[in-house]
Design a binder for this molecule. Structure first.
Ligand SMILES: NC(=O)c1ccc[n+]([C@@H]2O[C@H](COP(=O)([O-])OP(=O)(O)OC[C@H]3O[C@@H](n4cnc5c(N)ncnc54)[C@H](OP(=O)(O)O)[C@@H]3O)[C@@H](O)[C@H]2O)c1
Length: 367
C-alpha cells in the first residue's frame, strides 16, 4: 500500500519511517531530535554532524540547550559523519550550515533520500519546493521537475528563512484576497537565530544590532516564491513568483526565541479594515483536514490586544507552530500595517521541516 492510499484511509504509516538528522548537534538539530524522539510517523535512526563530532557519543558531541529529557534520551547514540554510506535513511532532516549543505544534501538525494532542509543552499532553485504547508502545499509537485532534471531518485525540499516564515504567513491571506503591491518589513530577530554560541553577550545585552549578514536578500525574495503560482510547463510543473516588492530591514534584539516583524503593505485593490480583518480570520490553511501531527491547532491568530503579540508571552503557543498577528491598523503611507510573531527555531526551522515531511507523507510523496 502506498502512503497516498494510507492517507486516503486516514491512517498513519503502518510502521515508522527511519530518519536521519544532519547537523544534529546544533541549535536546530537539537530541536529536530526533541520533536522526532516520540514522533508517531518517524523514528530517529542516525544522528550526524561534522568530523569534530563524528565517532563521539551524542552527549559528548552536543551541548544540550533545551528543556525536557537531556539529549532527548539519545545521549549514548554515536554521532555519524554526514555521508550516505554512514547515515542513510529514506527521510533526512538537514540542520546543516549552508556551506556544508550545498555539498552534502545532494549526496543524500542522489542516494534516494527525501531531504527536508533548513539551509538556504537550494531554497531559490526553480525546481526545489520552498514550502509552508499551510500556504503552498501544491508546490511539493516541483520535485517531479527536480527528479527529472537532476536524475535523483530522492529530492530536496526546503523550508524558508526563519524570518520569511512569519512574513509570508501574514502576507498570504492579504495576497489571496486583495493582491499585494508592496511590503515594507522591519524584523526584530531573536539571538537563537544565530546558532550557538551565536552573538556575544556583550554585543547583544541591552542593545539592538541593525544588521544580520545575508538576511535581507532572503526576506526580500523568498515570499514571492512561496506565494507564487504553480503552472504546468513542458518539463513538468514550474513556478511564477508573486509580483509584489518587499523591502526589509533585519535587526537582532536581546530576545531568546521568537522573531517579530513590523510590516506595512500596499494592496493591489483597496480594502476596508473589516475586509482585512476578515481575510486574516477566515484564512483556511491548505493543510486543513490532513491531520498532520505537527500542524498547529490554530495556524494564524489575529489579536486585538493593544500590546500583543510578544515573544515572551506568545511564542510557545501550539508548540511554537502558531503565527501571531496583532496591532492591525491603517498606514498613512501604504495601506495597512501590523505586527507578526513566530518561533524562529520551531515554526522557522525544525517544526517547519517536520511539517513538510508530514505533508509529503500525506500526499504520497514518501513511499
Ligand atoms: N537558528 C535558527 O533560528 C535557524 C532558523 C532557520 C534556519 N536555520 C538554518 O539551519 C541551519 C543550522 O542552524 P543552527 O542555528 O542549528 O546552526 P549551529 O547551531 O551552528 O549548528 C550547525 C550544525 O551543522 C554541523 N556542521 C557544521 N559544519 C559541518 C560540516 N562541514 N559537515 C557536517 N556538519 C557540519 C555542526 O556540527 P558540529 O557540532 O560537529 O560542528 C552542527 O551540528 C543553518 O543552515 C541555518 O541557517 C537556523
Amino acid at each position: 500500500m502506498t502512503c497516498r492510499q494510507q492517507h486516503e484511509r486516514g491512517a498513519a504509516p503502518q510502521s515508522k519511517i527511519p530518519v536521519t538528522i544532519l547537523g544534529a548537534t546544533g541549535v536546530v538539530g537539537q530541536r529536530f531530535l526533541r520533536r522526532l524522539a516520540n514522533h508517531p510517523w518517524f523514528e530517529v535512526q542516525h544522528l550526524a554532524a561534522s568530523d569534530r563530532s563524528a565517532g563521539k557519543a551524542y552527549s559528548h558531541a552536543c551541548q544540550w540547550h533545551l528543556g525536557g529529557e537531556p539529549w532527548a534520551g539519545f545521549g549514548d547514540k554515536p554521532v555519524q559523519p554526514c555521508t550516505p554510506e554512514a547515515a542513510f535513511a529514506p527521510v533526512v532532516f538537514s540542520a546543516l550550515d549552508t556551506g556544508p549543505a550545498k555539498e552534502i544534501e545532494p549526496l543524500f538525494a542522489q542516494a534516494g533520500a527525501m531531504v527536508f532542509s533548513n539551509a538556504s543552499a537550494f531554497r531559490m532553485e526553480p525546481d526545489v519546493p520552498l514550502l509552508i504547508p499551510e500556504l503552498n502545499a501544491a508546490h511539493l509537485r516541483l520535485i517531479e521537475a527536480q527528479q527529472r532534471r537532476r536524475g535523483w531518485p530522492g529530492a530536496i525540499i526546503t523550508n524558508p528563512n526563519c524570518t520569511t516564515v512569519m512574513l509570508a504567513s501574514a502576507l498570504a491571506p492579504l495576497h489571496r484576497s486583495f493582491g499585494l503591491q508592496a511590503v515594507l518589513a522591519t524584523s526584530m530577530q531573536a539571538i537563537s537565530g544565530a546558532g550557538y554560541p551565536g552573538v556575544a553577550a556583550m554585543d547583544i545585552v541591552g542593545n539592538v544590532i541593525p544588521f544580520i549578514r545575508n538576511e535581507e536578500p532572503k526576506v526580500e525574495t523568498e515570499s514571492n516564491k512561496i506565494l507564487g503560482s504553480l503552472l504546468e510547463h513542458e518539463n513538468g510543473p514550474g513556478l511564477t513568483p508573486a509580483p509584489f516588492k518587499v523591502s526589509a530591514t533585519c535587526t537582532r534584539v536581546p530576545v531568546l526565541e521568537g522573531h517579530t516583524l513590523s510590516v506595512s503593505v500596499k494592496l493591489a485593490r483597496p480594502a476596508s479594515l473589516q475586509e482585512v480583518r476578515q481575510a486574516f480570520e477566515a484564512f483556511v490553511p491548505d493543510t486543513a483536514g490532513y491531520g498532520l501531527p505537527s500542524a498547529p491547532a490554530r495556524f494564524l491568530v489575529l489579536t486585538d490586544a493593544e500590546d500583543r503579540p510578544q515573544p515572551r508571552r506568545d511564542v510557545e503557543e501550539d508548540e511554537g507552530m502558531r503565527i501571531h498577528v496583532g496591532r492591525l491598523r491603517s498606514c498613512s503611507i501604504l495601506d495597512w500595517k501590523f505586527v507578526v510573531l513566530g518561533h524562529n527555531t520551531e515554526r522557522g526551522a525544525a517544526g517547519a521541516s517536520v511539517l513538510n515531511a508530514e505533508l509529503a507523507l500525506a500526499q504520497g510523496v514518501l513511499r
